[in-house]
Design a protein around this ligand. Structure first.
Ligand code: PMP
Length: 429
């Protein structure tokens, strides 16, 4: 697969060589650093990407889930163009951000007040700082392995599986930041509830992604979110949802789909319509700590916060997300997940498919092959060679049609034939 990839992508190879001379690893995002080099995309339209060598690819991830109507949607692009022609950034508030805030607050009842940031990372960071400022406590409980962006206060996992003590999972984070974090295990209802009770008087908040992002996406087991909600409410601890990805699963986001209301929620990705974005908000009394009028206890500045071009793109995107769009997202998600399950059954692969609306993820079952990481890497290349971009976690847009779903499943089925042998040969435990 590697030599086929190299034959298909000489222009990407040349771009990567250039990139490595000016950027460590040739990129500014961790996720794209793939072997032997990334595929450079020059143009995108609808469901398709066109790389620097003219190869046409079917996109299955849409900039890490941030484009829910596909690439360069005419309505979104027109909104961007129109706003960009008027003003791109001004040191003054703008009406576009009010309209986007109104639209989000109308969809999500728990959003009484919200503020904009430039990324999901900043949104989770400000959400945690807001919870600490409001409660006057420092401890935050997070789930082991959960990703909340590159905010150092949350780049912490358990010291060992099952331990509540944390340790930074990346260099550059002072070890003592872990002193402010308690680590629980997603879907371990009893364990998390008892941690909340044990640390209640020092705990500012519990942060949880309703559909956990732990390498793969894991839906909550029934009762898990409800139990954390009840336990935090009983102890005056705030419940924070990270819906940076999960917002897309219902008009009111994951909290609507699962029927559990947090105190604060962080957003990103689709709410910016493909432009850089973040937002967070919730209870008015909690968010008041950022209100300058009362003499703010928590400063929240940001040169590009509430950017009007982002707001225009986000608003156009949300306006397109009507009842019909959500029905379509459910249907394509189910169609794709069913297709993948059939393919894995046909190939006798120990892979599980999880689907919530348009989010679909693949993970090894309990019989986890030890060589999964290599198989995973091989799959990315094998799929690019078959005209498909993305593997492992998938986010489908409203604009993908049934034939394209079939095309994606067929490519994955074919690509897995080679690693399938490897998968079956690897000892499973
Ligand atoms: N939280 C979650 C659950 C995410 O998936 C991400 C990004 N993948 C972030 C936070 C961070 O968002 P951003 O990349 O916009 O900083």
């Amino acid at each position: 697969e590697r030599s086929t990839f190299e034959e298909r992508t000489p222009a990407s190879a040349a771009l990567f060589q250039r990139a490595c001379r000016v950027m460590p690893g040739g990129d500014t995002r961790y996720s794209l650093a793939m072997h032997p080099y990334p595929s450079y995309v020059e143009k995108a339209s609808g469901t398709r990407l066109y790389d620097a060598d003219g190869n046409r690819l079917l996109d299955l991830i849409y900039n890490a889930t941030s484009l829910i109507h596909g690439h360069v949607h005419p309505r979104v692009t027109e909104a961007i163009r129109e706003q960009a022609g008027r003003a791109t950034a001004v040191l003054a508030p703008n009406a576009a951000q009010i309209a986007l805030a109104e639209q989000l607050c109308a969809r999500v009842p728990s959003l009484q007040r919200l503020r904009f940031t430039n990324s999901g990372t900043e949104a989770t960071m400000m959400m945690v700082k807001t919870a600490r400022a409001f409660t006057g406590r420092d401890l935050v409980l997070k789930m082991d392995g959960s990703y909340h962006g590159t905010f150092d206060g949350m780049e912490i996992n358990a010291t060992a599986p099952g331990s509540a003590r944390g340790v930074p999972y990346t260099a550059g984070v002072p070890a003592n930041l872990a002193d402010n974090v308690i680590v629980g295990s997603f879907n371990d209802t009893d364990g998390v509830v008892s941690l909340i009770e044990q640390y209640a008087d020092r705990l500012a908040a519990v942060i949880v992604t309703p559909m956990a992002s732990i390498g793969t996406w894991i839906p909550p087991t029934p009762g898990f979110l409800e139990a954390i909600r009840a336990a935090t409410a009983a102890q005056d601890v705030l419940l924070l949802f990270d819906e940076v990805i999960a917002f897309r699963v219902a008009p009111g986001g994951a909290q609507q789909r699962y029927g559990v209301t947090p105190d604060l929620t962080a957003y990103g990705k689709v709410v910016g319509g493909g432009m850089p974005v973040g937002a967070y908000g919730g209870r008015a009394d909690v968010m008041a700590v950022t209100d300058p009028a009362g003499g703010p206890r928590l400063a929240h500045a940001g040169t590009f916060n509430g950017n009007p071009v982002t707001a225009a793109a986000g608003l156009a995107t949300l306006e397109l997300l009507d009842a019909e769009a959500y029905q379509r997202l459910e249907r394509v998600g189910e169609l794709f997940a069913d297709g993948l399950r059939d393919a894995f059954t046909d190939l006798d692969l120990p892979l599980a498919v999880r689907q919530v609306g348009s989010l679909v993820s693949v993970a090894t079952t309990d019989r986890t092959p030890t060589g999964w990481a290599e198989v995973n890497a091989a799959m990315r290349l094998a799929l690019l060679n078959r005209g498909v971009c993305g593997w492992g976690v998938f986010a489908l847009p409203t604009v993908i049609d049934d034939a394209e779903i079939d095309e994606a499943v067929a490519a994955i089925h074919d690509a897995l034939r080679v690693p399938a042998a490897a998968l079956r040969e690897v000892p499973v435990g």
